[in-house]
Design a protein around this ligand. Sequence first.
Ligand SMILES: [Zn+2]
Length: 501
Amino acid sequence: MIASAYSVAFEGVEARLVEVQCAIQGGAAAFSLVGMADKAVSESRERVRSALQSLSIALPNRRITINLSPADLPKEGSHFDLPIALALLAAIDILPRDEVARVLALGELSLDGRLLPVAGALPAALAAAEEDCALLCPLGSGAEAAWVGATEVIAAASLADVVRHFTGQAVLAPPRAGEVRRSAPAPDLREVKGQERAKRALEIAAVGRHHLLMTGTPGSGKSMLAARLPGLLPDLSPAEALETSMIHSLAGLLSGGISRERPFRTPHHTASMAAMAGGGRGARPGEISLAHNGVLFLDELPEFSRSVLEVLRQPIETGEVSVARANAHIRYPSRFQLVAAANPCRCGYLTDPSRACARVPVCGADYLGRISGPLMDRIDLRIEMPPVTFTDLDLRANGESSAVVAARVLRARKIQSDRLGQEGRTNADLAGEALERFASPDAEGRALIGLLAERMGLSARGYHRLLRVARSIADLDGSDAVRRNHIAEAASYRLTPGALG
Ligand SMILES: [Zn+2]
């Protein structure tokens, strides 16, 4: 007696089809599971056995073999419980085999037969749509899966519900797609007093999706400013929202609703390598992937471990991170915008004339020196924020609101996506021939950049990053050409912090 059910194994954001075969043969009673399963999958046997008992179904007193195929694909997670139970129930003729073989199933069973929500329902639903079959999932994952729309979703609260559904006793109603979530609006830029230069840099960063580092004494408003970046950025396009939601689904963070807002992730500097880059149990995506299409804010950047800081370099270049697992590497998209903040030195007061740093100037060099040259080189905009003065605080609320700045950002973003012929693409994506074609400065600009490249000792990478920022400044300016003043402003944001102090 052999029956099959279907599920998926995740490789990065890809859901790969897995056939779950159940064979029941003569011989001593046994329940074995083969096919490169991790610990959580092997434990499925106990959960399935107990869940079946809750339905008063005893396992046949024979040799039961579950085979997960293809054998060379690693299977991770507890979501194989449901397809294993289905294959078994079909093999012992409690469920119709052809019906079971027509769905793609995932879900974790509790010992009493309830179905618990699992990570990855969204990519699984997309895989089901591709395979042209229905998705069977836990009730708690139904709203997320239904968002795909292109496939039939059956969401059940328990294994008993599943049995009743397949045997026609009580057909389950399809779940409704989750709501599009809206969180509280980002805090307004108007609340940040003074710091006009930093606000300008934030706006340029928002326009071109450039990476930004703010250094300044505690209380100068670095985190305040960073928290206002989401309020300046346009909503995710539908394609971006799907990409980002897939990653959040795999991390089990989607909880029903899809969001059109750009992620804003703020991991603490004590975050482990696995938490940041992904990996660990089940090779879950890390913070740098959860920030895909959004902002990764790293406060107190020099305090992050060296290995974490170095792991940022690859995704900054390629937009994806490679995560090691048992026998292979998997990739997660991680096209994030890095916004980082740092005190100018360990004690924090190197740049504050009113409070002396005891170890000028080595205190700053030692501290910011933890950010390696290659990482610093990849940060497009670096600004030093002076301590907030009494005059700044005294200003009446006369700064621009986030809405006004966001409108300018949106206009400049439209220019970029039109130029690059793809929604969501920005000047940060300009490379090779496109960079040359769209960001080459006019004659005066070229003369200046030649001079600057020599004087600042720009690397080739630094030179290209400077051009991209200058292109964004020109776009804000509504200028087709990248001019001398755009180059000059872009270069002013590339000074190495600490060198100023
Ligand atoms: Zn100091």
